[in-house]
Design a protein around this ligand. Sequence first.
Ligand code: B12
Ligand code: SF4
Length: 529
Amino acid sequence: MKVLICTFGSTAHYACRIFHALLRDITDTKLFFFNGRWNKDTESFIIDYLSKESPDLIAVSLLTLELGLCRKLVDTIRRFRSPEETKIIFGGPYAFLDAESCFEMADFVCTGEGEYTLYKLCERFIDAKKWKGVVLKDVPNLSYRHNNVTYKSDIQDYYYSRQFIDDLPFPSYGEDGIHIYNGIEWNGDLLLQNDIYTLFASRGCPNGCSYCINAIHKVRKVTLRSPAKIIEELCIIKKKLPNLKRIFFIDEIFCWQREWAMEFMQLYKEKIALPFECESFPGRHSEDVIKILANTGLRKVQIGVQSCSERILNDIFTRPQKIQDVINDNKTYLKYGVLPTYDFIVDNPFETPEDLLKTIEVVHLLKRPNFFRIYSLFFFPFHPLTLRAEREGLYDKKDWSSDINKGIFDKITTDHAGDQHCKRKWYTNPLKAITGGDKKAALNWLLVCYGNMNIPKKMVDIAFDGYKRGKLFWVLMLAYYYKLIGLFYRLGKTGIIVVVAYRRHGLLKTAKRIMEKLSKSEYMLGYYG
Ligand code: B12
Ligand code: SF4
């Protein structure tokens, strides 16, 4: 049997790398990372693969914003391989959210954790040697179609237990069959050269914020992996990645149980002892736990704040967060030498300028150093917040379908001023937005500038005072100052890349590479790692 696993998402995609490790023991398995793009290179790579390898199963991990790209992939597959020859299975957040619509493109849809879905499906095919007659009803978390009717397999359980997760193989790194597209050409597993390794110490989140996929899961459950297993994974990775310098635990809330944290930190200090980063929730850890995390190597923590308006947090986001915890955590993390970074959500139609002002009042109290990731609210299908916005006329489904086809996701990361992906009017044209009386635009700019370490806090405080007195001049100046820094940053960065390329490859090849780069990147989402 031949299987292709592919994703448009992060090249560190944890699930896809586990799938590869699991299936390569029983089948010929390849793993392709399109890295957010669909162009002539990716298309011809797939066509070449289809004609040479004739795969039996293509497994695609799908986020909502990747639908447009995925359609192009499936169209190409179907030009060469019929559903009788090659089955396509979708999994991941989009498949989980809207399984029914996936059947326009896929033969099977996985609506939960997918490791055993793929494993069992492949086992069934290997036994039968063809798709006809394969029994699907005991393949966990599977939906499939027969005579235009959708069926669900008998086992439907989104979450696995700790034992299940501990029994999984560690993600593939550097194995044969992994191919990564870097925007210009296809390579092997480029991540072997990385200085960072991203992994999960747990799965799930105890909360269910209305804009997040965790709100859809009926069970609010966190499954912690056993500390010894994580350490074993990290020991193997330390040997595989020669440049490894830091670890990133990307769990929704890292170390969410105190006893577990103590046990894990002890082992980590003894056996791994590398600096690490993690994600957290305001007030999640007491000072003594933060101290232990910091002493063990925690250097950076990503904290979701989203808003500091009680109304938005309680009534709109259903997010169990206390504002005082944001302020306290800021002091504690900095006290122990950990860099806090904060996530915020803007462009929220439920939010009034008064709500946003409350956020800025808290942000103004946060001590530096820190930086922010500022996201524009995106209405994902079927989420409680989306349904409410539709009911209250704040949002039209049509906007959504045009956004996803373009793969739009607006995000500003304030640790630098360049390379931002924000097409909102307040960001692209501050003059028009602010002088036009858009208070939220002015407040958004204050948020961006409070998070940017290149802009002295004193300057932002002056602009904020001005805002409170109804004078927007300084906010406007600040916005253009920020844009100016961004311009210099981009020019500097492009300059360095061109000089390095010129020294290595000479004038002609450098010019050719620039032209290639300009013409090849058709799509770019907010983040590709
Ligand atoms: C980690 C993470 C990231 C990391 C990814 C790094 C990495 N190493 O993988 C980074 C920071 C890069 C990231 C970026 C983004 N992310 Co993100 N991210 C997550 C997060 C927190 C966890 C995902 C994860 O890996 N979970 C652990 C693995 C083991 O589980 P899993 O991926 O869900 O996969 C399981 C099942 O879904 C299923 N499955 C998955 N794929 C497939 C495929 C097949 C064929 C099968 C059978 C099964 C299957 O089996 C898996 C294992 O059991 C989720 C939140 C969440 N709870 O899902 C958001 C989430 C996936 N991200 C989201 C978004 C929006 C983004 C960004 C667009 C945000 C941005 N602009 O920066 C970018 C997009 C980047 C991209 N295209 O990859 C959204 C997606 C919403 C949606 N409906 O599509 C989520 C759901 C958060 C949310 N808003 O609710 N993200
Ligand atoms: S705390 Fe974060 S991951 Fe958990 S439900 Fe809320 S937004 Fe989602």
